[in-house]
Design a protein around this ligand. Sequence first.
Ligand code: MET
Ligand SMILES: [Zn+2]
Ligand SMILES: [Zn+2]
Length: 422
Amino acid sequence: DTPISRFQNYLRINTAHPNPNYTSPITYLINFANSIPNLHSKVLHLTPTIPLLLLTWPGTSTPSLPSILFNSHLDSVPAEPEKWTHPPFSAHKTSDGRIFARGAQDDKCIGMQYLEAIKTIQSKDPDFKPLRNVHILYVPEEEVGGFDGMGKFVETKEFKELNVGFVMDEGQASTNDEFRVFYADRTPWHMVIKAVGTPGHGSRLYDNTAMENLMKSIEVITKFRESKFDIVKAGLAANSEVISVNPVFLKAGIPSPTGFVMNMQPSEAEAGFDIRMPPTADPQLMRKIIEEQWAPAWRNMTYEITEKGFLRDNMGCPLMTLTSDSNPWWSVFNEAVTRAGGKLSKPEILASTTDARFMRRLGIPTFGFSPMKNTPILLHDHNEFLKDTVYLEGIKVYESIIKSLSSFEGSYEHRCNAVSQQ
Ligand code: MET
Ligand SMILES: [Zn+2]
Ligand SMILES: [Zn+2]
């Protein structure tokens, strides 16, 4: 029973979509939490079948000081086992210490590191008491948008009663010797474009086929994608600072028992795209581009956009947490990482999306951080792994972070952060 074996056992619980098991990890976490003094647990049901786990280490100056909250999600994306060198839910450890599992980086590492850090703080320094309530939250459904998880939780009375003043959520691995920290996420839009057109014999050349209409749109979208990617390649912006648009599915053709009918031009065709918008992007302009250029009605195109987030907070400000001295949480966090022997690289916008957006939307300062350095970025990839030494160092970093943040006596009033900090 060591921190590494406990991490491996957590990784062995299959919480991958489309049928994540939420009860087993919650039971596992409650059992572990019960072995740590002063940690209280509460299971909440936001829908009849989807639970959420909240652990609390009570502070001595509560309720005068707002609480701090450390979040991680229980679920993970699916894995294709036949494409992995070790089964994705075996948590196999190689002789050089790499632990292979779906979720090893995203984000079961932080979920267990928070608890290991609290356990270590209490055993090393039994007199230490947090001033603020420290909440450790385990949410479901993050990988499908978080709407039945964090999205519902922030609407509850329970959440309001927590009086959360500062949040830490997941980040991403860094390939160098510095830890990465994220002050914003990009917002996902899922876009499906559909073309209709004239059907006919596969041998005929004529205008206005559904395939031609769709392919013209794909060409226009590909040019837009290239123009953004060129800015990134020229070193003028990070990947996460531009709008990205990537095709994720193509659907067309008339099915036959052996595949598709080959001599008919179909009357319908569609394509799906993952669009990610940085917080300062102009959503009105994006909608106009989609309507006029990507799916114009005059080319027999229609479209659907599902916005999986929001670009502005309740005050109308872009969803970004300040990383300057005017946000004391930033200074406390930064110093805590330094005290643990770590160094932060320049704060970034996260290219992907996390539940942090539900917190930032309420004006709660939130940083994305997963202490993994000198580690390849393998979230959502085959052969996701984390090295044991990296995992253990992460626990030390959280010891420092949890001690410092929970002892912070100052206050912070959310202000509009209108400009990108890059
Ligand atoms: C669709 S909301 C975000 C889900 C996931 N974390 C991602 O970035 O893709
Ligand atoms: Zn994640
Ligand atoms: Zn993920």
